[in-house]
Write a protein that binds this ligand. Structure first.
Ligand code: GDP
Ligand code: K
Ligand code: MG
Length: 298
């Protein structure tokens, strides 16, 4: 495919407020679940890179943590990653909710986008939740705020119009050979994906009492014949949280494990024996050393 002079390759980043559907869209575009999703903001902490290889070209997607005002060192790191990415990519996909309301979060993003020369595609997501006729008004509202190279309404959840979005992205990529082998889907280490899948289940199952204060580390992954033994630890900030994560008679921890296991099995294509532990590490979100430990390289 690299012989083809019309072949294109480049980088696209997904930005937008927390919960707008960035990870869902990226998973949809590459046709596989790599980035975890949940209805809690700040689900995505690291920069996740995924690859879509087509006959016409190769798109490398960067799913960034949200651009927002930071509250602690982890937040700081997440914001920096997102803002630095804007000038380094070929095209920016700005995802927004299907609404006429432009709030402080959107204003902050508009300010960042005004500073970059990178073309911006406005992606109006979640169109499955609104009437078709209303979408034109949303387009008009946003068009007044910034010069977009394209405006594409989609439903990441249903997959509506995402093929059109892919064609739009390709337009803005430079000609050139593929960066990655055509089988590559992500540069995330396997352990990190496993950790993220567990974190996703924990986020979804635990009540609001434990908002973002958990991390997951995978201590070991060992193949034993046709089974993979995995040991992982959920780290939380308080003793009281530890109790909630474990649950009565260990029920919550069991539930997290039994929801994460089939997805890990799907990804590894083998049976998994998952052992989960819970540990308390106070204030890990403000410690550089602990952040590094969890793979967030500040
Ligand atoms: P992120 O924080 O921007 O990465 O957002 P996520 O991808 O984690 O999605 C946040 C929530 O919005 C999840 O509950 C998704 O299922 C939901 N969501 C994402 N895209 C769509 C969509 O197109 N339609 C609907 N109805 N829900 C969506
Ligand atoms: K989310
Ligand atoms: Mg996300």
């Amino acid at each position: 495919m690299n012989e083809n002079p019309a072949y294109k390759s480049g980088f696209a980043t997904l930005i937008g407020r927390p919960n707008v559907g960035k990870s869902t869209l990226m998973n949809r575009l590459i046709g596989q679940k790599i980035a975890i999703t949940s209805n809690k903001p700040q689900t995505t902490r690291n920069r996740i890179q995924t690859v879509l290889t087509l006959d016409e070209g190769q798109i490398v997607f960067l799913d960034t943590p949200g651009i927002h005002k930071a509250k602690n060192k982890l937040g700081d790191y997440m914001v920096n990653v997102a803002e630095h990415t804007l000038n380094d990519v070929d095209v920016i996909l700005w995802l927004v909710e299907p609404t006429n309301f432009i709030g402080a979060g959107e204003r902050h993003i508009i300010e960042q986008l005004k500073k970059t020369k990178t073309p911006v595609i406005l992606v109006i997501n979640k169109t499955d939740t609104v009437k078709k006729d209303d979408i034109l008004a949303f387009i008009d509202t946003y068009r007044k705020e910034l010069d977009f190279c394209e405006i594409v309404p989609v439903s990441a959840l249903k997959g509506d119009n995402t093929d059109v979005l892919i064609q739009c992205i390709l337009k803005y990529l430079p000609y050139g050979p593929a960066f990655y082998d055509e089988d590559t889907i992500t540069d995330q280490p396997m352990r990190q994906i496993v950790a993220e899948l567990i974190r996703e289940k924990a986020l979804r199952l635990l009540s609001e009492e434990i908002p973002h204060g958990i991390a997951v580390t995978v201590e070991s992954m060992k193949e034993r014949g046709s089974i993979c033994d995995i040991e992982a630890t959920i780290i939380c900030e308080r003793d009281s949280h530890k109790g909630i994560i474990i649950g009565k008679g260990g029920q919550m921890l069991k539930k997290i494990g039994s929801q994460a296991r089939p997805e890990i099995e799907d990804m590894l294509e083998m049976k998994v024996n998952l052992q989960l532990w819970v540990k308390v590490k106070k204030d890990w979100r403000d410690s550089d050393i602990l952040l590094k430990n969890f793979g967030y390289n500040p």
